[in-house]
Ligand binder design. Structure first.
Ligand SMILES: [Mn+2]
Length: 332
């Protein structure tokens, strides 16, 4: 059964959860704040109703999510591990079962063999569970899950509310995405009323940039290049080594580029250890950078895409910039 409305889905979710004791909670590989926040929010609610949730991740949680109450319950799957025994599986924020990474590669049939609950907001989710709540209009799975728990009559503790608030705020980039609606803000208000620790979430997500990341962004942005609406920077291995920054540090640099006045396309070229280049592209609506990333077998979203370029950092801008100029020339 596929529901799009939390209130309509509540009885079917309640029935499956009531019949189960051990419940395996899963989410997508490379989990983001919404994935971890939803997983832990569900885990708190299940424990509060006397169940035994098991939180299994296909890859480690982002560091900012480790401040969440219950983060110590998160287990990371290693290839070859057995699938934990459970009466019920609940998959959250995961568009398709194969997004559960190595867990689905190694235990795919087992995931679908028993009762499976799905709660998600991805438009591409085809609802392969026994009971599915899929609402693409929800700005985050955490938002949808909060409304489901409410409709199930399940109290949401302050700890659960903090986990869900982290999901709501990260998936909307702090209420900046076009998916943000009055409902998003109503849910956020109710999470605060339920005792969510907004200060802890904000500190962890927005005020915890490592010093190495700050230094790398400063180095990279000091070499900023611009041609009208086109902005780009390069990041060398030498710069990464000199600052001690991790590869993910360049996400922060890209965000800075995106915020530039007058920017319509920006690119970041990061030299990888093997001598190839990781390309990250961002654009404003109307310019599809996913199509450009596909030139090198990459992809992503229309406004945020990436690819691995089989060339040196010195060669990469000359290979990519002509395509970006062409995209700008034909953009409305
Ligand atoms: Mn999400």
């Amino acid at each position: 059964m596929i529901y799009t409305d939390a209130a309509a889905a509540a009885a079917a979710f309640r029935e499956q959860i009531d019949q189960a004791r051990r419940i395996l909670l899963l989410t997508h590989v490379n989990p983001d704040g919404d994935a971890v926040g939803s997983l832990l929010g569900a885990a708190h609610a299940l424990r509060d109703s006397g169940k035994e949730p098991i939180c299994l991740l296909a890859s480690p949680a982002p560091s900012y999510s480790l401040i969440l109450p219950g983060a110590e319950w998160l287990e990371v799957y290693r290839r070859g591990d057995a699938l934990p025994a459970a009466d019920l599986i609940w998959m959250l924020d995961t568009a398709t079962p194969d997004r559960v990474g190595a867990i689905s590669e190694e235990h795919g049939p087992a995931l679908l063999a028993g009762p499976l609950l799905i709660t998600d907001h991805h438009v591409t989710n085809d609802g392969g569970g026994m009971v599915n709540l899929i609402d693409p209009s929800a700005a985050s799975t955490a938002d949808l899950l909060f409304r489901l728990l409410g409709a199930m009559g399940q109290p949401v503790s302050p700890a659960a509310a903090t986990c869900l608030l982290l999901g709501v705020t990260t998936d909307t980039q702090s209420f900046q995405t076009s998916s943000t609606t009055p409902q998003t803000l109503r849910t956020s208000a109710e999470l605060l009323e339920a005792g969510a620790d907004l200060r802890a979430v904000i500190n962890a997500v927005y005020f915890s940039i490592p010093e190495s990341t700050m230094r790398l962004s400063a180095l990279a942005l000091s070499g900023l290049r611009r041609e009208g609406p086109l902005f780009w920077v390069t990041v060398s291995q030498a710069q990464l080594v000199a600052t001690g920054a991790t590869d993910e540090a360049t996400d922060d640099t890209v965000q800075q580029l995106q915020r530039s006045a007058g920017m319509r396309i920006c690119a970041l070229f990061r030299e990888r250890v093997d001598g190839t280049v990781k390309l990250s592209l961002r654009s404003v609506p109307g310019i599809n950078v996913a199509a450009i990333a596909q030139t090198w077998g990459g992809g992503g979203h229309t406004q945020a895409a990436g690819a691995t370029l089989p060339m040196s950092l010195a060669e990469a801008p000359d290979a990519v910039l002509p395509l970006l100029r062409a995209a700008l020339a034909k953009a409305p």
